[in-house]
Design a protein around this ligand. Structure first.
Ligand SMILES: [Zn+2]
Length: 367
């Protein structure tokens, strides 16, 4: 077994590791970098018209034989550990004939991103794996382990071939709603691994403990009890653990929990894989708002059926304004904040509270 870390050391994101034997070559993730070489935010729009070979020569794309269009001797497989763009975001450059290996929910999330964002990553050849079910690509065997992470469907990977083994942790944590998965792993981790590639995003951070999701849920519950005005919470629409914490806090305080149509669709699709709240008769206090620009875009692109799907659970801006003291609303990238929302003027960034004119209650989205 040989391997090369093409990107992802000394930076957050852009993960990409090539593993090969004499007869098989695979890739673990193909992520978009979060920052440029000069430290500025990575903006892929400026490379949109640049040819693949130029991007390779500029170092924007890693030089990997058999991965891009017009490649001979194609790579045997690309494994996507979880649906965060810094782990799959450059996949639109990969040759259409390449085989992908990923969780089914991961694929679903990538497709939802195509529906609601400018992203256009259509994976043609997909093979779904499941936790602890080993599969083979050529003479390389891969065992996926479920991981606790802010991405819904995250895995660590044990790669084995010819008596050698490599463990790729992918992104993981131990304070989410799947913390048990992490503690299970500490007792069941593969032994005598030859190479360990470990995520280290928080290694250089302060040594303070992170709040667990149940702790955040009870902190939010106390906060919502005290608030008599609208609460806007800024979080990723795909951070299902956090959205579940907010929903539970709303339930405990008699608040109405509002998501936009994008978050509604994410919850609905992912409810097939886990018992999570989603717009339905089972979750009475969960309502859906339809932001104008997102709704218009869905309609213009022939996807108005997504809008009709949640019609029964619709709440209008007028209804929100009338009962703003009961409202808790997720603010995602497509939310339009109602005028005169009479905000609470309270902002939470991680563990520190600061006054905020926007009234956004913010919890860090990536942890
Ligand atoms: Zn991640």
């Amino acid at each position: 077994m040989k391997f090369k870390i093409h990107r992802g050391t000394k930076e957050i994101g852009g993960s990409c590791v090539e593993v090969w034997t004499k007869s098989t070559r695979i890739l673990l993730d193909f992520g978009m970098p979060l920052v440029e070489k000069d430290g500025k935010e990575f903006d892929f729009r400026k490379y949109k018209t640049t040819k693949t070979n130029e991007l390779v020569s500029k170092g924007v794309l890693p030089d990997i034989h058999g991965l891009y269009n017009n490649s001979s001797n194609l790579i045997d497989g690309v494994i996507i550990s979880h649906p965060h763009q810094d782990h799959y975001g450059l996949a639109n450059f990969i040759n259409n004939d390449v085989q992908y290996y990923l969780g089914e929910a991961t694929h679903k999330i990538i497709e939802l991103n195509n529906l609601f964002t400018p992203q256009e990553i259509h994976l043609k050849n997909t093979n779904y794996f499941e936790k602890e079910k080993t599969f083979k690509i050529g003479d390389i065997s891969v065992a996926p382990y479920w991981a606790d992470h802010s991405a819904f469907d995250a895995y660590s990977l044990l790669i084995e071939t010819n008596g050698k083994s490599l463990f790729y942790s992918g992104d993981f944590r131990s304070h989410g709603r799947k913390a048990k998965v992490f503690y299970w792993f500490t007792h069941n981790a593969p032994q005598n691994v030859d190479y360990l590639l470990l995520e280290g995003t928080t290694i250089s951070r302060d040594n303070k403990p992170f709040k667990t999701e149940p702790e955040i849920e009870s902190e939010l519950t106390n906060l919502l009890k005290r608030q008599g005005k609208i609460n806007l919470i800024y979080t990723s629409g795909q951070n299902i653990d956090r959205i579940t914490s907010i929903y539970k806090a709303c339930k405990r305080t008699g608040k109405i929990f509002i998501v936009d149509v994008y978050v509604a669709k994410v919850l609905k699709e992912l409810s097939k894989y886990a018992g999570i709240p989603y717009p339905s008769d089972d979750f009475e206090n969960l309502k859906v708002m339809f932001p104008y620009f997102t709704s218009r875009r869905l309609k213009n692109e022939g996807n108005e059926k997504v809008l009709y799907q949640f019609k029964k659970y619709k709440i209008t801006k007028e209804e929100i304004s009338k009962q703003s003291d009961k409202i808790v609303m997720i603010v995602s990238f497509c939310t339009e904040i109602p005028k005169r929302s009479n905000c609470s003027g309270l902002c939470m960034r991680g563990s520190s509270r600061k006054p905020c004119k926007m009234g956004i209650v913010r919890y860090n989205t990536f942890l």
